[in-house]
Design a protein around this ligand. Sequence first.
Ligand SMILES: Cc1cc2nc3c(=O)[nH]c(=O)nc-3n(C[C@H](O)[C@H](O)[C@H](O)COP(=O)(O)OP(=O)(O)OC[C@H]3O[C@@H](n4cnc5c(N)ncnc54)[C@H](O)[C@@H]3O)c2cc1C
Length: 453
Amino acid sequence: MATLGTGRQARRPKGRASERARLEGAASRVEVPPACDVCVVGGGAAGLVAGIVAAEAGARVVVLDRGAECGRTILATGGGRCNLANRDLAASRYVHPGFVAQAMGADPLARVLAFFEESGLFLTEEEGRIYPKSLSAASVRDVLVSRALRAGATLAPLRETRLVRRVAGARATDGSAGGLEVAFDELWAGGGWRSLRAGCVVLATGGTSSTARVGAAGRGTAQGAASHRLELEGLDVPRVPLEPVLCPLASDLAELACLDGRRVRCVATLERDGKPLMSEAGEALFRAHGLSGIVSFDLSRKAKAGDVVALDLVPGVAEGDVAASIRRLGARVALDGMLDPEISVVLASMRQGAAPTARLAKRFEVPVTGLAETERAQVMRGGISVDALSPETLEACGEPGLFACGEAVDVDGPCGGYNLAWAWMSGMAAGSAAAREAKSKADAGEEGLGGRP
Ligand SMILES: Cc1cc2nc3c(=O)[nH]c(=O)nc-3n(C[C@H](O)[C@H](O)[C@H](O)COP(=O)(O)OP(=O)(O)OC[C@H]3O[C@@H](n4cnc5c(N)ncnc54)[C@H](O)[C@@H]3O)c2cc1C
């Protein structure tokens, strides 16, 4: 036994090391051309779709990603099942709904479904949430990667983009802009610092790296936070500071220690100064230091320290009926009939009497002290300001040839497939507009673009 254990421990790191070596070998064999029409920075959900759409429109596309493989971020979504869209993709579910409505255009769901069906992905639906039929996020990633390769895009992983800037002197006299230079680091032993020229650049770096340094004025200037590693040199792209959303809520309510790990189907209402701000129905997960689960994630989009979450633990049951049942059977037995027994123990111990206990079941108050586990938030709010972008094309106003999509843009929605739907839709809009613009630049023979063979 001891030998087996030691052997396993010894083999695991070696397995990881050889996998890394394999991926580094594969990445280093990808040839990145010195020039292309459209360079997509970030090959996650939005970037892959932008790359596919641009390449299918005839553009020469390079997708640079700092990860070991493009599309890896998709694998963790939906608990590995990838909830890729929602039956109700109303723009009102997002921040900046007016912008989102214009950017997503008419009938976004039909276009998302058609895109994936054309990619060869079979789909299924659960309570309005759309998943791959395989219930495996890997299916989504795989069909996107293979469609991008079929379309002729160069997928170049292990390349971390550090700098995007306009090629010196390339702004044409007619006011249109020439090419952009994209400088990146090859992230393998012996890899170096490289750059390419592109007619257009699509920023699709997601929420965590958040694309660029934020200067004092919220611009893409050089004096920004050191943690942001991609600099948009000289490019005027206003951005909004980042904040995590879709994460648990923190609370110091003492009873939570006894409820840790219990789940309940409930209606949760976020209240500020005694007034309701929003309600969500669904599953809440009690944690010792707060509330998790999908409803809490959704409330985290608006919650602040000082708010209260009022949980209706028995939705659909009238308070009077709960009280009557308690009078007839006693609190423990009555509540056991409606709730997880561990939760009913806590409720029964908190109040004396049928009416107060029934009230507690209908309104269990959890004071909010802030957000929790923010380092694992599903989405970052903030990024490139929607005011800086054309809603139709997602091109930066005043910076021709520079586009953005996905979570790099200051757009977020609730749980349920909304954020990936935005990634796909915005990727399609940016990718097709970038291809159009790159083609018109190439036709005009602008500097910075390699000619077509
Ligand atoms: C655990 C988890 C589960 C989720 N589940 C769901 C779900 O089921 N449904 C849903 O709708 N949403 C879900 N989301 C949110 C969803 O994953 C994101 O909104 C979506 O992936 C955003 O797509 P994106 O392409 O903008 O960013 P990402 O998918 O994050 O891709 C960004 C890419 O850019 C690359 N990159 C970043 N910086 C650089 C750089 N400087 N140079 C080169 N490459 C760079 C990264 O490596 C990455 O591949 C989940 C999020 C998390 C964290």
